[in-house]
Write a protein that binds this ligand. Structure first.
Ligand SMILES: [Zn+2]
Length: 335
């Protein structure tokens, strides 16, 4: 994750790049702003830039290469000079964690050019830990940078805040979030629907997609099992309700059904493979092998192909703005 890969925040990223190039990056910084917008990733990219042995670009475009030993070790979290501190199980960052890094920062960097201490969730520093950090923030050891990452800088002691220039990360624009999701294989409609509800947080967008996908797969499995269990049209149409979710808009309802149908498509593809070879490798839903084997007793040969094509046609109908209830009912009768 280099600076050039950070989504949005162009002005901040350029500011960091320029400062590192001029060797004027402040030795202690606060990255503040809402959760899930890329503060921690930017901190890690900054650590890469500081330690990269093969920097690329210049001026506002200066960046880590992302490939040298330093960059890759930092990305993997195993570089001995880049230390990430987070709240422990009890939700706070204790004084021992801070004493340890303060002690270590008294020595020269071990393998890199610059020691970078990233404290993610800095609002969770207990007051004693903040006080232990104060002197270090005041007189930072040579070749050390401390980055305090927090959505709530107000919870830090004023003495800590006053020693760290703050870079404020704004919420991402829905356009940026949608573009990212589209680049990562989401349909335009889905990307925009999710981005619109994500409040400028990429993390929230990804979480809601993951939630939808998990729910979508369960609903798709249920609907397939119901269709397998009965030839009675009324019962089957009753099963369509597994696929229908009321959202706040007709477009949202359609997008939800589309997510479920894409899950169904993926399950049917795996079911076809399992019906031919119970040990088939390379399943997209490998964690659902038991369910797939059960479905494969019904969905095999002609029938699995027919079901697969029906899902495809249902998705095409949704694209043409067909009503969700009509599409779901029709599909249940085809499975
Ligand atoms: Zn590098």
């Amino acid at each position: 994750m280099a600076l050039r890969e950070v989504l949005g925040h162009q002005r901040l990223v350029q500011l960091i790049a320029r400062s590192v190039g001029r060797q004027s990056l402040p030795p202690s910084l606060i990255f503040s702003g809402p959760a899930g917008v890329g503060k921690r990733l930017t901190a890690i990219a900054t650590a890469q830039l500081l330690n990269c042995t093969n920097r690329v670009g210049e001026g506002a475009g200066l960046d880590g290469c992302g490939r040298c030993a330093a960059c890759t070790r930092i990305a993997r979290g195993v570089h001995s000079d880049v230390i990430l501190i987070e709240p422990g199980d009890n939700g706070s960052i204790k004084i021992e964690q801070i004493r340890d890094v303060v002690e270590r920062s008294a020595y020269r960097p071990f393998e890199g050019r610059c020691r970078v201490v990233i404290i993610d969730g800095a609002e969770a520093l207990v007051p004693a830990a903040q006080n232990a950090l104060l002197k270090t923030l005041e007189e930072p050891p040579a070749a050390s940078v401390f980055i305090l990452v927090t959505p709530q800088p107000d919870l830090l002691l004023p003495t800590v805040r006053s020693r760290c220039p703050s870079l404020r990360f704004a919420p991402l624009s829905p356009g940026d979030v949608a573009a990212f999701l589209e680049q990562h294989g989401r349909s335009a409609a889905e990307a925009h629907a999710v981005a619109a509800a994500a409040d400028g947080s990429l993390q929230r967008a990804l979480e809601s997609l993951a939630g939808d996908l998990v729910q979508g797969r369960e609903s798709a499995e249920q609907a397939l099992a119901r269709a397998a269990a009965s030839e009675d049209p009324r019962r089957r149409i009753d099963g369509a309700k597994d696929l229908l979710v009321k959202t706040s808009s007709a477009a949202g309802d359609r997008e939800q059904l589309a997510i479920y149908l894409r899950s169904m498509s993926s399950i049917l593809r795996d079911t076809a493979l399992v019906s031919l070879d119970p040990e088939a490798p390379g399943l997209a839903n490998a964690d659902r092998r038991e369910t797939l084997s059960r479905l494969a007793r019904t969905y095999r040969g002609e029938r699995v192909l027919r079901a697969f094509n029906a899902v495809d046609r249902a998705l095409a109908a949704l694209d043409r703005n067909a009503g969700v209830k009509i599409v779901a009912d029709w599909l249940m009768l085809q499975l």
